[in-house]
Design a protein around this ligand. Structure first.
Ligand code: GDP
Ligand code: GDP
Length: 436
């Protein structure tokens, strides 16, 4: 199910990032050590009353060298585009300023719900300071204190109340949703056009969840697919391309809603650092991944080129060793037919469930082949394994002491599971848990 998105806007220093960090908390990422993956503290998952949502701190999106006022306006535009609900934050110690009014002016243009949060109300005696803010025209102001953690519950109750009804979106779950990510000019839009070429049947254009996002649904080879959000990306053009952090937010949004992510690389320019970072996001999100090397027509190839390129990819994207690589040209459509079968396979593996008894046979065989290590005189014991979820396939291994399960042994088990069940195209996750 798609998570709702909440964006925080407001002029600098009202406390946006303080609130963001408080709501997001310290979440340790599973692939914290993945090289090339920078932690992005402007976009993260938060939770209130068992409802998970994605939170964006638009204050962290720097827009080139633009003057502050322009940046604030654009951040508000981004919030309007990306979010289901907007938290408009002001400073209760200051009263309404011209900068608040500038932000308000942009927010008046949207029909999306705006919750007005008056921050820095550090004690109840200050509560009467919120009344001035009614004149901003966003209804009841919510007093909060980021530093003291006050009022956040009431504010979040109001935010959650406005989350869109999701029942509609769950209807067609057989469709394979995929998105294309990659830095500008690798050929994402050309590839979308090529995929949606003559032989496709566009079933409909689903009005997306955000104003600009239009998902395209089509049928091919008897399967139904949805291409996510690329229209929105194309349309956004200027801000999207010139603002690294904004393009990250958009890519993360698209990834979030996908089953399969196509990581598009340009054969002509080869792999650069930015490609790795983008691929890291998809990996981290636990999505199925197909690596697409586009513009294959533009380079000279002999019978070794493909192999050599694939070796480069394996070296540069070590964390994506499960992802198939497809070489093609969006322009000439050469080898384009190899793409959809890879998307379908990755998607099937992403949703695959294995039988518990077979899984345990595989684990026991693995143990016999390579006994668990002894760490500081303590030996890891494995009792039982089970698959707890799909998308991505996630396994829990019950052990005597999870501390003894080291990365290398986990890696070994992952490889055994992959050999036995074939999870090509999807990450899998293994957690060690203490048998109680
Ligand atoms: P941002 O620029 O909107 O992201 O604001 P920050 O989160 O960086 O906060 C700006 C300053 O306001 C920092 O010095 C914070 O410590 C302070 N601040 C944030 N929340 C509160 C609050 O609830 N009460 C008080 N008194 N100060 C706060
Ligand atoms: P995007 O920014 O990733 O959406 O990239 P575009 O689809 O706009 O393509 C960027 C440029 O690369 C355009 O000039 C395209 O014509 C060109 N291009 C895209 N795909 C191919 C391809 O397969 N071969 C060649 N030679 N050029 C391509």
């Amino acid at each position: 199910m798609r998570k709702s998105v909440v964006a925080i806007v407001g002029k600098p220093n009202v406390g946006k990032s303080t609130i963001f960090n408080r709501l997001v908390g310290e979440r340790i990422s599973i692939v914290e050590d993945t090289p090339g993956v920078t932690r992005d503290r402007i976009y993260a998952e938060a939770e209130w009353l068992n409802t998970k949502f994605d939170l964006i701190d638009t204050g962290g999106i720097e827009i080139g060298d633009e003057p502050l006022l322009v940046q604030m306006r654009q951040q508000a535009e981004i919030a309007i585009d990306e979010a289901d609900v907007i938290i408009f934050m002001v400073n209760g110690r200051e009263g309404i300023t011209a900068a608040d009014e500038e932000v308000a002016k942009i927010l008046y243009k949207t029909n999306k719900p705006v919750v007005l949060a008056v921050n820095k109300i550090d004690n109840p005696e200050m509560n009467d300071r919120i009344y001035d803010f009614y004149t901003l025209g966003f209804g009841e102001p919510y007093p909060i204190s980021g530093t003291h953690g006050l009022g956040l519950g009431d504010m979040l109750d109001e935010v959650i109340k406005h989350f869109p009804d999701k029942t509609m979106e769950d209807a067609d779950d057989d469709m394979i949703r995929f998105s294309l990510i990659g830095r500008p000019n690798v050929g994402k839009s050309s590839l979308v056009n090529a995929i949606l070429g003559e032989d496709r049947v566009i079933v409909s254009e689903i009005a997306g969840t955000t104003r600009d996002a239009v998902d395209t649904r089509f049928k091919k080879d008897g399967e139904e697919f949805v291409i996510i959000d690329t229209a929105g990306m194309r349309k956004k053009g200027k801000i999207y391309e010139t603002t690294e952090k904004y393009s990250v937010v958009r890519a993360l949004r698209a990834i979030e809603r996908s089953d399969v992510v196509l990581v598009v690389i340009d054969a002509e320019t080869g792999i650069i650092e930015q490609d790795k970072r983008i691929a890291g996001y998809a990996h981290e999100a636990g999505k199925a991944i197909v690596i697409v090397v586009n513009k294959w027509d533009a380079i000279e190839v002999d019978d070794k080129t493909m192999k050599k390129f694939e070796e480069d990819i394996r070296r540069e994207f070590q964390f994506l060793d499960y992802a198939p690589v497809v070489f093609l040209s969006a322009k000439t459509k050469k080898r384009l037919h190899t793409l959809m079968p890879n998307i379908i396979e990755a998607s099937e593996n992403h949703a695959k469930r294995v039988q518990t008894n077979v899984l345990n046979e595989v684990i026991m065989d693995a143990l016999a082949m390579n006994p668990a290590p002894t760490v500081k005189g303590k030996k890891l014991k494995l009792f039982y394994a089970t698959q707890v979820s799909v998308k991505p396939p996630t396994f829990v291994v019950f052990v005597n002491d999870p501390e003894l399960m080291h990365f290398s042994y986990e890696r070994f088990l992952e490889n055994r599971i992959r050999d036995a069940f074939g999870f090509e195209g999807t990450p899998i996750r293994i957690y060690a848990r203490k048998r109680s």
